[in-house]
Design a protein around this ligand. Structure first.
Ligand code: ADP
Length: 426
């Protein structure tokens, strides 16, 4: 467990120290006044009194005016306190028979001990007071026969244990507060996860319902035409169109269910990949060829540029999924504008870029689109689960690669996938 942070770092330390300087100075003035009233003839030199007063008040004023003094106000306070202690020991030494002065020295030590919350400073002060007490006893051995030394040591021992339990108590309160803070953060995260999950459920039901409804309508229409005996309804042209439509919707359903299954596999850590030589050039050509129809329907002209033939160690089915995700996204969000796919490589990595001239993504959303269920556009405008990029990033990272995006709103997006040609053994 790490050492608890000193108490004085937690409170509004500078402010407290400033108040202590002021109250210390004022308390001393009151004491001064009382001494003048009750002990007018005692040894109490003006110089020593003025030094103590000047230290407290000038430190207080400096800490209000100067940055340096504000930052080091604790040191100024301790310095004034040490001077005050010395002052009382000096007065007590010169008035050894008057018990008022020993009380003055005791009160000074008790008051200062009550105000020091820094363990190291506290121990330094104890050493200082012990040294002063022993010093006085050496100068005046008669004091050893009085309760002065044992009284002072008792005060210091009590003050020390009191300070320790104070610091421990505050450290405990602080630890509890930090724990509460952590719990609050965890609660926020789980609330956010819950919100995303609920959104996902509503998006998923909507997304799954749309192709199903189309399929249902098509089959109902075919059924009705069949009952009516409408011969036109089953002409090869119309039948082919209907079958194609149903096929497309069934494919969409399959894709949606596949991405949902991927998510649960990723969550359970059960995605298996086979890393064997995979020709990215061929893979890209095949994906583009397989999407010709969809690309045509989207109205986005596609340009594939392959700088060199690139083969990497990877799972071709999963990499194909990444390319399909990026390409379908480009089609969805590029609003009929051109799409470019570029494949290049350096000595170590293959670099695949899919760029479009579509709506683009605002800078604040660039990170979050790679998270689970995160979408920037509403489902009402463009359908989607918010899973494609999450799954793509998972696949790319499993290949020890990276996926990133550069984008400008209204100008387009550029997704860059970097894949090492050979995987490192981890
Ligand atoms: P989906 O497209 O199914 O919503 P993705 O995970 O593939 O889920 O994408 C997450 C979000 O990132 C999308 O909802 C969209 O807002 C944004 N996005 C992805 N690709 C592009 C792109 N090419 N242009 C603009 N926005 C994009």
């Amino acid at each position: 467990m790490s050492k608890p942070t000193p108490l004085y770092l937690y409170s509004d330390h500078q402010k407290i120290m400033r108040v202590l300087l002021l109250t210390g100075g004022l308390a001393y003035l009151i004491w001064w006044f009382l001494v003048e009233l009750t002990l007018p003839n005692a040894f109490n030199p003006l110089g020593s009194r003025l030094v103590v007063c000047a230290l407290f008040f000038s430190s207080y004023l400096a800490s209000r005016r100067f940055e340096w003094a504000r930052t080091h106000v604790a040191k100024l306070y301790y310095m004034s306190g040490w001077a005050l202690t010395l002052h009382y020991f000096y007065l007590f030494y010169n008035n050894p028979t008057d018990s008022n002065w020993i009380v003055g020295a005791y009160i000074t030590v008790v008051a200062l001990c009550a105000c020091i919350n820094d363990s190291e400073m506290f121990i330094a002060y104890i050493v200082y007071v012990v040294a002063l007490s022993l010093g006085i006893c050496m100068l005046d051995p008669a004091l050893l026969k009085t309760v002065f030394l044992s009284g002072m040591l008792t005060i210091l021992a009590f003050a020390y244990f009191g300070m320790r339990s104070r610091v421990r108590l505050v450290a405990k309160i602080i630890a509890e507060e930090q724990n509460n803070e952590k719990n609050r953060a965890l609660l926020e995260v789980s609330e956010q996860a819950l919100r995303l999950r609920n959104e996902f459920i509503s998006v998923a039901s909507h997304e799954l319902k749309t192709p199903l409804t189309t399929i249902k309508i098509q089959t109902q229409m075919a059924h009705r035409s069949f009952q009516k005996g409408d011969p036109d309804a089953f002409s090869p042209e119309r039948t082919t169109k209907t079958i194609e439509l149903i096929e497309r919707q069934a494919d969409r359903l399959k894709d949606l269910i596949d991405s949902m299954l991927d998510i649960s596999r990723i969550t359970l850590g059960k995605v298996e990949m086979k890393f064997i030589p995979c020709n990215l050039t061929t893979l890209l050509e095949e994906v583009v060829a397989s999407l010709t129809e969809t690309l045509k329907m989207s109205g986005c002209p596609v340009q594939l540029t392959v700088a060199r033939d690139v083969t990497i160690e990877g799972d071709s089915l999963r990499l194909e999924q990444v390319v399909v995700n990026l390409l379908t996204n480009a089609m969805k969000y590029a609003e009929g504008k051109p799409i470019r796919i570029i494949l290049d490589a350096d000595e170590r990595n293959a670099v695949l870029v899919v760029e479009d001239e579509g709506m683009g993504i605002a800078p604040e959303n660039l990170e979050r689109i790679f998270e689970k269920f995160e979408r920037v556009v509403s489902t009402k405008n463009i359908s989607g689960f918010g899973l494609g990029l999450f799954v793509s990033r998972y696949i790319v990272e499993a290949h020890q690669g990276t996926i990133s995006v550069e984008s400008e709103v209204g100008k387009g997006s550029r997704f860059i996938v970097r894949l090492p040609k050979t995987r490192r053994i981890l």
